[in-house]
Ligand binder design. Structure first.
Ligand code: 6R9
Length: 667
């Protein structure tokens, strides 16, 4: 990480918007920042008016830290805003979803057709007894029915909890039980890199672990294998239940603060947190940030490469773009299937104008070589986005030059499952970008950099550089950066309303760190222009290929193996994935297990995404006198650095021996 910081701070290139882009941009007057800052609540009220409300709100914000309520008293329906209002107007025959399956099938679904499909699914769920307030777990591959089922839930007022298809039976069962889901919607399988992911089999395994709340499993036939015949009395097939349903289904009027969805994200304790989002505030921010940050317009063909199993797929495949009536490209599979030019072929085929992807993918494309994008016509592109982890300047420049041909603004967007929507990002018609910086908080968002001891050290920017720090102390010299911990200091509409069923944990994880601010868990620097440089997590969460995985979660999976006595897991800097999972394991006396067996055990417990890259079997781990494992030193060992401060260790010889052994093994 220290190397990353150094490369970031050397970065001084500036990319102002071109005159041509600025002239056509949705936002091009910097005055919006000052207007929003003058009264953020009034500003967000203005944005909420872009949505269709059945009944207006009476109070814009009720704030009882840490719980916010936005647009209180207002009634609306997210599905109505994303589907019906387009299907009923001039966008009825506009393509909403342009889908490509990994094997190559294409489906083009208009807003009118989308409404019919969503209504059928909504009626099917209602026929299964799903009512407003119930939870539905969605465990589907990236097929249109995934987005449709999310919208169908929103239509009838049921909350969805989408579980990414790469999660294991244990993870699916844990999430299903925590949400007390009544129905699981899954498929017989999905395609990934030419293989079939056996989602139905995994769902069966999850049920056999005990999912008492589940009354029905609705099974989509994606693969079409004979084994997809329902084997369990709870299973109902899509063909029997959905296809003959009526295409009429009213939209449930939802209170602005009614639950829209739960999405699980990794927590430092290992137990996933069910992040709660409600309707009015979430949808307002998702919709408006799509328009601002991606400069989304009527004729755009927008391609976000995320999976709907993550928040990016929720806010920037489904809710944000569709609230704007956009055409969204959705792709089922891997970027290198059948070949490493799959994304570029998709862009060429459909004339994609906006691409939103992740640094881990960009680094893989760089490694594969420019010949893949160079072999395709990418001239339709006009804007590029990045999300999920810090983007290193080298990857940023490659993205800008090789994919964007230096024509397309690059928007690096910082946000989280918990924030609901983008928080820190450039406005492409206004902001001059710097490679590696997400630039500034969006209008209406107020962020700060805090010291470890909780002081607000945000530089207050004046015409000649810094005037002072927010806490009144001396300003840093011009040219210096201020480093610390990111905080969000004012409530925002898309903020999570809590952890499902666990208000104490919500308070503890996000609100105890600073007396008045939200603590996202990220480190940041702010430079002399007031630009934020997000530096990764400051807690025990790893960002592996952009996916959050807690060290504790992987450690628990390892010690769950009968041969393991103790395990310590760290995120080790990795060229492509950002971080790779590296584990140090002590086996029980007399027990034996191979490294491959332990890796497979973790994949089976959590999912393939958590499989450690390397496992090092050792005799001892470095611990403090109070018995805490010092992961910082294990990172030094794994990354081949000189050992940091070892004075607090109970026995400093352990880590030195470990380092020698590790280096012997690495050769
Ligand atoms: C949207 C999403 C959130 C964590 C977040 C941070 C990291 C995301 C980033 C970024 C630097 C960016 N992160 N975007 N770090 N620059 N542009 O990824 O949500 O899966 O909840 O992850 O990802 O560490 O705290 P989520």
């Amino acid at each position: 990480m220290s190397e990353t910081i150094e490369t970031l701070l050397d970065e001084s290139r500036l990319f102002p918007p071109s005159d041509e882009f600025r002239a056509q941009a949705n936002l091009n007057d910097p005055e919006i920042y000052a207007r929003a800052a003058a009264d953020p609540v009034a500003f967000w009220e203005e944005q909420a008016k872009d949505l269709d409300w059945f009944e207006p709100w009476h109070t814009a914000l009720e704030w009882h830290r840490p719980f916010a309520k936005w647009f209180v008293g207002g009634k609306l329906n997210a599905c109505y805003n994303c589907v019906d209002r387009h299907a009923a107007g001039p966008r009825a025959d506009k393509i909403a979803i342009l889908w490509e399956g990994e094997p190559g099938e294409v489906r083009k679904i208009t807003y009118r057709e989308l409404k019919d499909e969503v209504c059928r699914i909504a009626n099917a769920l209602t026929s299964l007894g799903v009512k407003k307030g119930d939870r539905v777990c969605i465990y589907l591959p990236m097929v249109p029915e995934l987005a449709m089922t999310m919208l169908a839930c929103a239509r009838i007022g049921a909350a969805h909890s989408v579980v990414f298809g790469g999660f294991s039976a244990d993870s699916l069962a844990e999430r299903t039980n925590d949400a007390q889901a009544k129905v699981i919607v899954t498929a017989d399988g999905g395609y990934r890199r030419g293989n079939v992911v056996p989602l139905l089999k995994i769902t069966e395994d999850a049920l056999s672990l005990g999912c008492a709340s589940v009354e029905t499993v609705l099974v989509l036939n994606r693969i079409g294998t004979p084994s997809s015949e329902p084997r369990n009395p709870k299973f109902r097939s899509w063909g029997d239940l959905v296809l003959h349903q009526s295409t009429d289904c009213p939209c449930e009027p939802m209170d602005s603060e009614d639950l829209l969805f739960i999405l699980y994200t990794s927590g430092s304790t290992g137990k996933p947190k069910g992040i709660v989002h409600t309707t009015g505030g979430y949808l307002t921010q998702a919709a408006v940030t799509s328009k601002w940050v991606f400069d989304l317009k009527e004729n755009d063909v927008y391609f976000c490469t995320a999976d709907c199993g993550w928040v990016t797929g929720h806010s920037y495949i489904v809710y944000g773009p569709m609230a704007n009536g956009a055409t969204c490209v959705m792709y089922e599979g891997a970027p290198d299937s059948p070949d490493k030019d799959r994304f570029w072929r998709i862009i060429e085929r459909y004339g994609v104008t906006i691409l939103y992807t992740a640094p881990t993918a960009i680094r893989a494309f760089m490694k594969w070589g420019s010949e893949y994008p160079d072999g395709c016509d990418l001239s339709s592109l006009r804007l590029l986005g990045s999300v999920g982890e810090p983007i290193n300047p080298e990857a940023w420049i490659w993205y800008h030059e090789v994919i964007g041909k230096k024509r397309c603004p690059v928007v690096d967007t910082w946000w989280q499952t918990e924030t609901g929507s983008i928080m820190i990002a450039p406005l492409p018609g206004i902001t001059a970008t710097k490679p590696g910086s997400a630039t500034q908080p969006l209008p209406g968002i107020v962020a700060a950099v805090m010291s470890e001891d909780g002081r607000d050290i945000t530089p207050v920017h004046g015409a000649l550089g810094y005037l002072a720090c927010a806490d009144g102390r001396d300003a840093p010299a011009k040219g210096a950066e201020v480093g610390g911990i990111l905080a969000i200091t004012h409530p925002w509409p898309g903020m999570t309303r809590g952890i499902y069923g666990d208000p104490d944990r919500f308070q503890k994880v996000y609100w105890d760190k600073f007396p008045n601010h939200y603590f996202p868990g990220d480190g940041t620097k702010v430079d002399e222009d007031g630009y934020f440089w997000l530096l990764g997590r400051v807690d025990d969460i790893m960002l592996v290929a952009g996916h959050n995985i807690s060290t504790m979660e992987v450690e628990s999976a390892l010690v769950d193996h009968h041969a393991v006595a103790e395990a310590a897991v760290i995120g080790k800097t990795h060229e492509l994935k950002g971080q790779a999972i590296s584990a140090f394991v002590i086996l029980r006396t007399g027990a034996s297990a191979t490294v491959d067996e332990l890796k497979a055990h973790v994949a089976q417990k959590i999912g393939a995404l958590a499989r450690p890259d390397d496992i090092f079997l050792c005799a001892d781990l470095p611990k403090t006198r109070s018995g805490k494992i010092m992961r910082r030193l294990l990172r030094d060992v794994a990354e081949g650095r000189a050992l940091g401060d070892t004075t607090t260790l109970a026995d400093p010889t352990i880590v030195r021996a470990l380092k020698d052994q590790y280096e012997d093994k690495e050769g």
